[in-house]
Structure formats: structure tokens, C-alpha cells
Write a protein that binds this ligand. Structure first.
Ligand SMILES: C[S@@+](CC[C@H](N)C(=O)[O-])C[C@H]1O[C@@H](n2cnc3c(N)ncnc32)[C@H](O)[C@@H]1O
Length: 245
């Protein structure tokens, strides 16, 4: 028997997320505190509990809240504290997160419900991962891509998992404005029709410059952008082979 989430108002969701963030790791959203410089190995203790810019994830929250159905979400990439998984579980009945490192799943420190919090531990594109996912569901209201940020991995995430978004649902990507990663050039190709011949309509939330209390390392306001982008899927827009079948 599935247990369902309680319907929470936006203010309460934000209050709970803020409390979650304040009580873990460096206690701030991405870029607000003293973050490890990009490219330097990070540990749980110098990491943001949610790897999202506060203003951007708040704005995306409104996009997700506007969905007609909020039953199932698929996330690629749990992160050190499962910050976005924590957010999605307040919005959706069930959250499925694919994560390559099992220890991150076992280290989660908030209460999990085995009927609502599902994890697939493995490489996002490995056949075993896809087989496991297929047992859980094959249609999602939101697919949030925040795993391997290289161009080829994001392209594969998009083509494999994007087709699992139900019509009217949302396909979203994180770090879409960062120059050092592959997500931005991939989205340039994806929207220009160079991936599957379709000019995908993608909306970008790019508010890092409005975030306050920037840290003293690379994540300063000097030109750093993060970005969260999304596409409303109207019908089966993503072509290509169905690798889950
Ligand atoms: C940027 S973090 C996710 C942050 C999280 N969504 C948040 O906002 O707090 C990326 C995560 O994706 C995982 N990851 C990277 N490549 C992956 C892959 N190929 N398959 C599965 N997980 C992967 C990493 O281990 C890491 O936990």
C-alpha cells in the first residue's frame, strides 16, 4: 500500500528546506558560504547540503508546484546530503534517485519511507541500473538531471530519461549556465535541433548573481553563473531508441 505525502504549502516547504540546509554541512545553499574551490576534492563537511542556488531552486519550486500531477519524480544525482531528494519528497508522492555511490544513500540522515523514497545505486546508464528503474516505473512527472555533468553524460541522461517524462511533465537540468561543464553546450545543441532534429523549448532560471552572502572562493559573484533549466514535455518529443525496453 502506497503512503502519500501530506500536501504542504509553499512557505512551509521553504521553511523545512531552509532548516534542512542550515543544520548540515556548511549550513548554506550553494555559493553562500565558504565552499571548496571548484576542482578541489570536497568532503561532507565543507559542502552545501543542497547543491543549488537558493533563488534558483525557490523559483523552480514554483514551476514544480504548478504541475497538475505530482506523483513520481526521477532524479539523477543524489549529492552529499540528498538535498534535492529531500525537497522532491515534499512535493511528490514518490522520489526515485539514481546515484553511483551507495555510501551517499546509506549516509542520508533524514527519515526515509521505503514506499516513497526509492534509490537505484549504480551508474546512470548501466544496463543493470536501467533494468532496476524499469521495475519501479516508466513514466515520471519530473525528471531532474544533476549527475555527471559532462556533455556526453548529459546527452545520454536526456535521451534515456527524458523520454520517461509524461506529457505535461517537466524535464530539468542543473548547472546549465556554467562555462566549465558540458551541460551548457549540450543544451545549446539540444535547443538548436542538433541532437534529435527538434528545437526544444527550454526555459532557464539564472539567478546566481542575485544570491547574497557569496563565499570567498571561486563561487564569487564575479561572473559565476550556475543555472537551472527546464522543458515542459507536451508529447513524445524525444526521439531515439527506447533503451529501457
Ligand atoms: C551535483 S551532485 C547532485 C546534487 C544534488 N542533486 C543536490 O542538489 O543536492 C551529483 C551527484 O551525481 C552523482 N553522479 C555523477 N555521475 C553519475 C553517474 N554516471 N551515475 C550515477 N550518479 C552519478 C555523483 O556521485 C553526485 O552524488
Amino acid at each position: 500500500m502506497l503512503s502519500h505525502r501530506a500536501e504542504l504549502p509553499r512557505d512551509l516547504i521553504i521553511a523545512k528546506l531552509d532548516r534542512f540546509v542550515a543544520s548540515r554541512g556548511i549550513g548554506t545553499y550553494w555559493g553562500e558560504g565558504v565552499s571548496t574551490p571548484l576542482g578541489v576534492p570536497q568532503t561532507r563537511f565543507v559542502q552545501s547540503p543542497i547543491q543549488q542556488v537558493r533563488a534558483e531552486i525557490y523559483e523552480f519550486l514554483d514551476v514544480a508546484l504548478a504541475l497538475q500531477e505530482r506523483q513520481l519524480v526521477l532524479e539523477i544525482g543524489l549529492g552529499d546530503y540528498g538535498g534535492t531528494h529531500f525537497l522532491w519528497r515534499m512535493l511528490f508522492d514518490r522520489v526515485v534517485t539514481i546515484e553511483r555511490w551507495g555510501h551517499l544513500v546509506y549516509a542520508l540522515d533524514y527519515e526515509l519511507d521505503p514506499n516513497r523514497d526509492l534509490f537505484v545505486i549504480g551508474e546512470a546508464h548501466a544496463p543493470a541500473t536501467l533494468r532496476h528503474l524499469r521495475f519501479i516505473a516508466d513514466q515520471f512527472d519530473l525528471v531532474f538531471i544533476d549527475g555527471d555533468h559532462s556533455y556526453n553524460a548529459v546527452a545520454a541522461d536526456t535521451m534515456i530519461f527524458g523520454r520517461l517524462v509524461r506529457p505535461g511533465g517537466i524535464l530539468a537540468w542543473h548547472d546549465t549556465c556554467q562555462d566549465v561543464m558540458g551541460v551548457k553546450p549540450f543544451l545549446a545543441d539540444y535547443t538548436a535541433g542538433r541532437i534529435d532534429g527538434v528545437n526544444h523549448q527550454v526555459t532557464t532560471i539564472d539567478l546566481a548573481h542575485t544570491a547574497s552572502h557569496w563565499g570567498r572562493h571561486e563561487l564569487s559573484p564575479h561572473g559565476v553563473r550556475i543555472g537551472l533549466s527546464y522543458e515542459i514535455i507536451n508529447h513524445n518529443q524525444i526521439s531515439g531508441p527506447d533503451l529501457l525496453s
